[in-house]
Structures are given as C-alpha cells and as structure tokens.
Write a protein that binds this ligand. Structure first.
Ligand SMILES: [Zn+2]
Ligand SMILES: [Zn+2]
Length: 307
C-alpha cells in the first residue's frame, strides 16, 4: 500500500482509514501533540518540566517535546525522574533514562523517595507501614507521593508546566473506570486540574495518541524503554477495562477518541468549585489543613519513634 505522499506505507491507521509511511506517521503523531499543547504553551521563554519514568510513554513524550521546542527561543526543558527505590526495577529504568537524556541532550534531575521521605518504597512495603497508614496498595501511596514530588521540584525549578505522559488509552481507561464505579468526584477531579499558586499546571501531550501508536513511535525512533511493569502494580481492573475498550475499538474504530470527546463535553457542565486550601506544613494546595503526604509523613515519624 502507498502513503498519500507517494512512499510505501508501513502502517494502516484503522480509525482514520489511512496508510502511512514512517515519515508521515511521525509527523502525524507530532502534529497531534502540538495540537494538544497549542500556542499558549509552545512559546518563547517557557520552561517545561517533564516527568519521566523510563517507560515508552514518558520517553516518547520527552522526544516529541524536544522536537517541538527545538526552535523556540529561550524555551527550556528539564526531565524529572522519581526513584521510589524499587530494587531491580527502578535501577533498570534509571539506566534507560540516563542514556536517553544524554542522547537527547536533556537535563535530568533524579528525585529519590529515600531523600525526600526518609524511606524507599521497598522499605515502606516491607515494614508494613502501608497498613499503619491505612493504605491498601503500594500504588495508592506511591502515586500520590510521586505526584507531590514532581510538583515540588517543578516548582523549585521554576517550571511553567509539568508534562505527564498519559496516552489516549490511559485517559479512556480512567474515564470509564470512574463512570462504571460511579466515582463522580474522581470524574470531575481527573478532568480539572488544580490551578494557582503552589501548583505547576500539568499538561498531557500524548492525550490524542493511542497506546499502540506510542509504542510504534518509540520503535521506529529507536527509543529504548523499560518494558516490564512495576512489580507492585496490580492492574487487574484497569487491565479489564483495557480489554473492554479493545473490543469497542474493534467494533467501531475511533471509539477511544469519542470516549474522550464525550467526557470533555461533559466536563463543561460540571462546574464544581472546590475550595482549595494550602497545607499548613508544606504549602501544597489541598482540600484540608494538612496535605495527604505531610499527614503520612507525620504518621511515619511516629511509627519509627515507637519502634
Ligand atoms: Zn508518507
Ligand atoms: Zn503538606
């Protein structure tokens, strides 16, 4: 099959009914990231923090951002890697990331759980601190702390935005999971970001790119990434939702885009304003007097004292 440019196609994009050559595929992906960001973000004198984990999504995102900001005067990019201290798993990720950042000429900052909260995630799990904190799964702890630390360091570095590598499939899974479980509050919170002082606005450049195409982009650009999942991840429900979406997409190509579009339309009608306070200890925006992370840290200190 032939791409519209005349070159031989290597990929059939089912939802657009187009055959694409490698070059046109790359351009298509980069154009969509550009569209999500827009002129407000791709501008002079902007500083973008990039959260990278070593997986395909974050590395592809960093690679695309590098291209999009290449000729923008005085635009700065800085990568943040949160090392939770998961033996074996994270060390491997760190190798991929160091190599990647060196190749791309990207500044890299490594943030360690150990330095920031006094423990590695392995220690938190091994000592059974999670049950003392009333947390069910390691991901519930890790996710919140990672998000907190990324914001903290992006703020410290003076970033205007913090880029997160969520792809179209991630969006659809989260949206549908929240619908199915009736988590109305989460539905709203997922779509609306905190804004204002103390919080670096998060951007998601891969929002309009399906997971398969992120993987394909990584492969044709020879981006080496970590393929094994985190040993603590329990993806069961998300994984089941992934299967459901796959069936829907097979029946009706493009359904992922309509899940996202429908959700974004709905968001416009959900004008719930929540009062945002600031944590009395660290200043992080939160709904109570003390943010989740600080309240956990207080408890962890108490536990270690009593031991
Ligand atoms: Zn082409
Ligand atoms: Zn706090």
């Amino acid at each position: 099959m032939i791409c519209s440019c005349g070159n031989e196609a290597f990929y059939y994009q089912r939802y657009s009914n187009k055959y694409l050559c490698k070059e046109c595929f790359k351009k298509d992906i980069e154009r969509r990231a550009k569209k999500v960001l827009g002129k407000d973000i791709i501008r002079n004198n902007v500083k973008i923090g990039i959260g990278i984990s070593g997986g395909k999504d974050s590395l592809v995102m960093a690679c695309i951002l590098k291209k999009l900001f290449k000729h923008i005067p005085n635009a700065k990019l800085i990568c943040f890697f949160v090392d939770e201290g998961i033996k074996g798993f994270r060390e491997k990720a760190k190798e991929y990331i160091k190599e990647f950042c060196e190749e791309q000429g990207l500044e890299l900052k490594i943030i360690k759980f150990e330095d920031e909260i006094g423990y590695t995630l392995d220690e938190i799990v091994k000592n059974d601190y999670l049950s003392e904190l009333n947390i069910g799964r390691p991901c519930s702890f890790c996710g919140v702390v990672r998000r907190y630390l990324l914001n903290k360091h992006a703020l410290k570095e003076g970033c205007d935005y913090l880029a997160i590598g969520h792809n179209l499939d991630d969006f659809c899974q989260t949206i549908l999971m929240n619908y199915v479980e009736g988590n109305v509050k989460n539905i709203i919170q997922f779509g609306k970001e905190f804004e204002g002082e103390g919080f670096v606005k998060r951007i998601k450049p891969l929002k309009l790119i399906p997971e398969d195409e992120v993987r394909l982009y990584a492969d044709i650009n020879n981006i080496k990434y970590q393929k094994e999942p985190c040993p603590y991840s329990s993806l069961s429900y998300r994984h089941r939702m992934k299967k459901v979406i796959k069936v829907l997409e097979e029946d009706k190509p493009g359904v992922k885009f309509s899940i996202l579009r429908g959700y974004e339309k709905l968001l416009k009608y959900m004008d719930v304003k929540e009062e945002v306070k600031r944590c009395e200890i660290c200043g992080f925006p939160c709904s109570g007097n003390i943010c989740k992370v600080c309240s956990w840290l207080i408890k962890l200190k108490e536990i270690s004292k009593s031991e």
